[in-house]
Design a protein around this ligand. Structure first.
Ligand code: IMP
Ligand code: MG
Length: 177
């Protein structure tokens, strides 16, 4: 359990405005593509993906992929990212946009870029709602970014602390114990 209620870091209104901007940018960038495949990284991205995808006007398909959660990790972080559930369809020749809740150390996205890149998609980009640059271990290219945040534990809007707070409408900061 956390010690206190989350302190608001990013309001519902700011999230809403930023998503509208991101969707407009994505619509524009993929205007010439036949279709886009959005791959949400479970579980944290489910709300972000739902809200972002509904703002897109370009044709798109939705897929999900799941990797080992943060809590599963032991000392050797790079070795501990594991695939728990793969996408349902082949992505060869597809324009793929990975949808992530947060890039923390970068290890998850480095792993997913390697895994999915090897399947030869037409393109592979990353859209993440949040980025904690202070925690970088693996450098990853972020093509679309919602917000840069400091090194604090955030919850809400899909993000959890021990499976709590995922459906909080705003992004809040907690003191993990
Ligand atoms: P990375 O591999 O260290 O970049 O970790 C990415 C994953 O760790 C994210 O997809 C989240 O599931 C989780 N994570 C990292 N920081 C936070 C946080 O502040 N709140 C909730 N989840 C987090
Ligand atoms: Mg995640």
């Amino acid at each position: 359990m956390a010690t206190s209620e989350p302190r608001e870091l990013i309001s519902v209104e700011r999230i809403d405005d930023r998503l509208t901007e991101l969707a407009a940018q994505i619509d524009q960038d993929y205007a010439g593509a036949e279709r886009l495949v959005l791959i949400g990284v479970l579980k944290g991205s489910f709300i972000f993906l739902a809200d972002l995808a509904r703002r897109l006007t370009i044709p798109h398909r939705v897929e999900f992929i799941a990797v080992s959660s943060y809590g599963d990790r032991e000392s050797d972080v790079a070795e501990s990212v594991r695939l728990l559930m793969d996408v349902r369809h082949a992505i060869m020749g597809e324009h793929v946009l990975l949808i992530e809740d947060i890039v923390d150390t970068g290890q998850t996205i480095a792993y997913l870029r390697r895994l999915l890149g090897a399947r030869r998609p037409a393109s592979l980009r990353l859209c993440t709602l949040l980025h904690k640059p202070d925690r970088t271990e693996a450098e990853v290219v972020i093509d679309y970014l919602g917000f840069t945040i400091p090194d604090v534990w955030v919850v809400g809007y899909g993000l959890d602390y021990a499976e709590q707070y995922r459906t909080l409408p705003y992004i809040g900061e907690i003191d993990p114990i």
